[in-house]
Design a protein around this ligand. Structure first.
Ligand code: SF4
Length: 65
């Protein structure tokens, strides 16, 4: 299953990823996104997280198998 990561150097804290997939992304205390679930994500969560990845305005989200 994929793992999703946020590059905080690119993130602008728009919140879109946490809105699209709150199971996997949250806004951290610094106002930037972070991954809150890396292991054992479901197919549905992976699909939503992929939508978030594709919708991120700064391409700050990456995935790896
Ligand atoms: S969608 Fe991209 S820029 Fe917006 S909070 Fe998430 S990672 Fe950051």
């Amino acid at each position: 299953m994929k793992k999703f990561k946020v590059n905080k150097d690119l993130c602008i804290g728009c919140g879109a990823c946490a809105a699209i997939c709150p199971e996997v992304f949250d806004i951290d205390e610094d106002g930037l996104a972070k991954t809150i679930k890396e292991e054992n994500i479901t197919e549905e969560e992976a699909a939503e997280a992929t939508d978030a990845l594709e919708g991120c305005p700064t391409s700050a989200i990456s995935d790896e198998d």
